[in-house]
Each structure stands twice: as C-alpha cells, then as structure tokens.
Design a protein around this ligand. Structure first.
Ligand SMILES: [Zn+2]
Length: 125
C-alpha cells in the first residue's frame, strides 16, 4: 500500500526531503517555510505527532558547518584573500546553505518519525 509505514527506507527518505506527507506522499508536510501543517490537505493525516525538535538545526550545524568551514579553510590556505572576501562571500553562503538545508531535514525527520512510529516514551499505568 502506498504510504504504508513498511515501505522502503529510501522512499521514506526521499519523501521527507521533498517535504511531502509521509503517508500519501502528495500533500505537503509544511504550511509555510518551516511551520508544520496541522493536517495533510490531501489525505488528512494529522501531523500532531510531528515533533522534530532541535534535530534539523543540529544536522544543519553539522553538515552546513562542515561545508562552510571546510570551504573557508580551503580558500584561506589556497588564496589567502582579505577578510572582506569572507564577509561578502561566506556569510551569505552560510545563510543560504543553512536555510536551504533546514526544511528538507525537518521534512526528513518528520517522515522518519512517522515511518518508525517514534514518539515520546510513556510509562504503562
Ligand atoms: Zn497525506
């Protein structure tokens, strides 16, 4: 069944990165740039379960930081440019890379949360 949580992991990853609903894969997970929609407009899935928390920001810092700092170090070693080059080139580049990665990574974490039925731990009563 399409959208079943037992579907393949690569498909769930692609669905999440595209910001699509993890169940129907047609509707959007988002209402706005980073706000999660209350429900999927296509299949009605309630996104109340979706809580990516700080996860997307952590991965953005890891991957984006690696890319940008690596590029800065490479440019410094290879060309030794004046400081304004870093301000003009790498400051906007860092903002673009980080903001560009934030939404796909949030969608990915929500899709994986849905696929793995992840949620808060509960004690049986
Ligand atoms: Zn849906």
């Amino acid at each position: 069944m399409s959208g079943d949580t037992n579907d393949g992991l690569p498909l769930a990853i692609l669905t999440g990165l595209a910001g699509r609903c993890p169940r129907c894969r047609r509707g959007s997970t988002f209402a706005g740039f980073l706000n999660v929609a209350p429900v999927c407009k296509t299949c009605g899935l309630n996104f109340g379960f979706a809580d990516a928390g700080d996860g997307p920001a952590v991965f953005v810092m890891l991957f984006g930081g690696f890319l940008i700092v690596g590029a800065v170090l490479w440019v410094e070693v290879m060309f030794e440019p004046p400081i304004w080059v870093y301000v003009v080139v790498f400051l906007p580049l860092a903002a673009i890379v980080c903001l560009g990665m934030l939404r796909p990574l949030k969608g990915l974490l929500i899709a994986l949360q849905y696929r793995n039925k992840a949620g808060q731990g509960r004690l049986e009563s």
